[in-house]
Design a protein around this ligand. Structure first.
Ligand code: FES
Length: 145
């Protein structure tokens, strides 16, 4: 089968979908090539991600990776969330077809962008924590559908 059971589960029953009106970190990344957009909402209290929601206008792999990624950072510290990589998310999903690996980057980038927004709102320069945010378009060039 092309997609693992975990991918199908998170695609058909995605966790943490929606918006958080009281989010204090919001990040949106998009891709001009396939038109996919990912928006991530974080509610952070005392350095812990108390709640997280996402909305995406994207493919099934983007939905599944975001669903898994939100599960992996919920209740974790900001430091832990910053360490989350798209490869860890893909591993937790028991793999993605190679052509879809790039879709998983949207979730990681949206989380990092939301964390950068969180730092910026506190008057803190996010660059030392989040690093230079890569343009998802670059990562996405191999993404075809
Ligand atoms: Fe672009 Fe999957 S996110 S096709």
């Amino acid at each position: 089968m092309l997609y693992s059971e975990k991918v199908m589960d998170h695609f058909t029953n995605p966790r943490n979908v929606g918006e958080l009106p009281d989010a204090n970190g919001v990040g949106e990344v998009g891709n001009a090539k396939c038109g996919d957009i990912m928006k991530m909402y974080l509610k952070i209290e005392n350095g812990v991600i108390e709640d997280v929601k996402f909305k995406t206008f994207g493919c099934g792999a983007a939905i599944a990776t975001s669903s898994m990624a939100t599960e992996m950072i919920k209740g974790k510290t900001v430091d832990d969330a910053l360490k989350l990589t798209n490869s860890a998310v893909v591993e937790a999903l028991e793999g993605l077809p190679p052509v879809k690996i790039h879709c998983s980057v949207l979730a990681e980038q949206a989380i990092k962008t939301a964390l950068a927004d969180y730092y910026t709102r506190q008057g803190i320069d996010p660059t030392p924590f989040v690093g230079e945010l890569k343009d998802p378009d670059e990562e996405h060039l191999a993404c075809e559908r």
